[in-house]
Design a protein around this ligand. Structure first.
Ligand code: NAD
Ligand code: UGA
Length: 465
């Protein structure tokens, strides 16, 4: 098949950057990204590239090179399906908030809607690619829906999970560790479809980095990759608590164990807890799947990764309360960072949301500064928790655009996100303008704690005490 056009349903953190990179690397292919959200598509089409809906280093430049040449954004899902040879599904798969599997299973309603739309609007044979992270055996449901749709075309369903991490998405897409393609190698059309997708990636990815597997292995591998990564963070965070009571230092422990080539140095940074839209939801999904096959011990094993993460967020908040003489009522506490990690404006499941919520329960006055997150988003995150009214959230938490103003007259500052700019602040002048004793809680072990102590700060560093 000579590939002329592809489309992607879902213009989010995955669909937008992934399709931008495909467009950049495949100038001979037309790439269209479609979404039901008119507002999101308008942002992708905004003339001012600073208004793209996603902040991701390097993304703006790629969109500038490709947009309206071979990369297009629109809300016309039906036309894009009709015109495309390959359709990527990259819509949200959040944790289900109702019915069977509530709070655990992935909610597949958005994926199902996409499958029904493809069945409805296709006017030729199509390759349908699962780009969203999906429970193992979802391709079966998609196939059922497509086979039962009222048309005579054939559909090949492939699983091609995305492994990019936010903040490094462009680099991850340009130089992926591997591209995984799951398909049906028992049929000629299945093999042909896998090769069409493989050839697309070969425009910039080395042959030996493309891994072919059966669909179920591919679907499951994505959940397992995230579970393993999150497990490393929970493992090091568990040890961070042990370090704090034994005077071991988590940074030294991480370095020592990471030098073992069997363990490796990545994902060993202790933190206030992992966030992001996927780790928690994907592990919950893995637990749900394991339990639904009756594998209780397997489910319990992975559940513990979440339990530890919840504990880490809570204990950080309680540490602040206990150091501030067990009362934070009416005290100004500044949170530096709201994004779930640096170099992204994404706040989904960020530890900051939960730490702020715990402290607001104690009637602390929270001030937040984040270089990339808007006040609107911060309030939306808190309102979504539904702990208190919108009015109370706005009365207890203020968002400011200037970090120095954020820290002025604070009783305590907490580093929540590892933004590089925090390292270059004039900490002496920040200290001079704080209430004394001036407390600094470093939830990322980011700052040079000895020099902060030299200035006069009372410090607490995750994994060091
Ligand atoms: P997102 O919320 O940023 O984007 C999803 C988009 O899909 C939204 O813009 C929404 O409006 C759109 N959408 C939903 N239903 C639609 C429909 N029927 N038709 C058209 N558009 C529709 O989500 P995301 O972060 O891009 O994640 C998408 C998938 O990729 C999830 O399954 C996620 O687990 C997976 N994933 C995410 C990341 C990440 O870093 N965010 C990385 C790898 C995999
Ligand atoms: C993660 C995976 O790394 C991606 O491979 C995957 O594609 C993606 O989830 C997904 O499926 O959504 P992401 O969540 O964007 O990517 O970011 P990570 O770098 O994995 O960080 C996740 C969380 O763990 C962040 O809150 C981060 O601060 C935290 N973390 C990470 C630590 O606390 N310590 C570490 O050593 C590493």
């Amino acid at each position: 098949m000579s590939l002329k056009k592809i489309c992607c349903i879902g213009a989010g953190y995955v669909g937008g950057p992934t399709m931008s990179v495909i467009a950049e690397k495949c100038p001979h292919i037309e790439v269209e990204v479609v979404d039901i959200s008119e507002a999101r598509i308008a942002q992708w089409n905004d003339e001012d590239l600073n208004n793209l809906p996603i902040y991701e280093p390097g993304l703006k430049e790629i969109v500038e090179n490709t947009r309206n040449k071979n990369l297009f954004f629109s809300t016309d899902v039906a036309r894009a399906i009709e015109e495309s040879d390959i359709i990527f599904i990259s819509v949200t798969t959040p944790t289900k908030q109702y019915g069977v599997g509530q709070g655990m299973a992935a909610d597949l309603k958005y994926v199902e809607i996409c499958a029904r739309q493809i069945g409805k609007y296709a006017k030729s044979n199509k390759i349908v690619v699962e780009k969203s992270t999906l429970p193992v055996r979802t391709a079966e449901a998609i196939r059922d829906i497509l086979e039962n749709s009222d048309n005579d075309y054939s559909f090949e369903i492939l699983s091609n999970p995305e492994f990019l991490a936010e903040g490094t998405a462009i680099n991850d897409l340009l130089f992926p560790d591997r591209v995984l393609i799951g398909g049906n190698s028992d049929t000629e059309s299945g093999i042909a479809a896998m090769n069409v997708l493989k050839d697309l990636y070969l425009n910039w990815v080395q042959d030996d980095h493309v891994v072919l597997s059966n669909v179920w292995s591919s679907e499951l591998s994505k959940l397992v990759a995230n579970a393993f990564l999150a497990q490393r963070v929970s493992s090091i965070n568990a040890i961070s608590e042990l370090c704090e009571v034994t005077e071991a230092n988590i940074k030294e422990v991480s370095k020592a164990i990471g030098m073992d080539s069997r363990i490796g140095p990545k994902f060993l940074n202790a933190s206030v807890g992992f966030g992001g839209s996927c780790f928690q939801k994907d592990i919950l999904n893995l637990v749900y799947i394991s339990n639904s096959y009756g594998l209780k011990e397997v489910g319990d094993y992975w559940q513990q990764v979440i339990t530890l993460n919840d504990h880490q967020k809570r204990r950080f908040a309680y540490k602040i309360v206990s150091k501030l003489y067990n009362t934070v009522s009416d005290k100004k506490i500044t949170l530096l960072g709201w994004a779930f990690k640096k170099d992204t404006n994404d706040t989904r499941e960020s530890a900051s949301i939960y730490v702020a919520d715990y402290l607001m329960n104690e009637q602390a006055k929270i001030v937040v500064y984040d270089p990339k997150v808007t006040a609107e988003q911060i309030y939306a995150d808190l309102d979504y928790l539904n702990t208190r009214s919108e009015k109370e959230n706005r009365a207890l938490l203020e968002v400011v655009n200037d970090p120095i103003e954020a820290c002025q007259d604070a009783h305590a500052i907490a580093i929540m996100t590892e933004w590089d700019e925090f390292k270059s602040y004039d900490w002496k002048s920040i200290y001079d303008n704080m209430f004394k004793p001036a407390f600094l809680f470093d939830g990322r072990a980011l700052l040079d704690v000895e020099s902060l102590k030299g200035i006069g700060f009372e410090t607490y560093v995750i994994g060091k005490g």
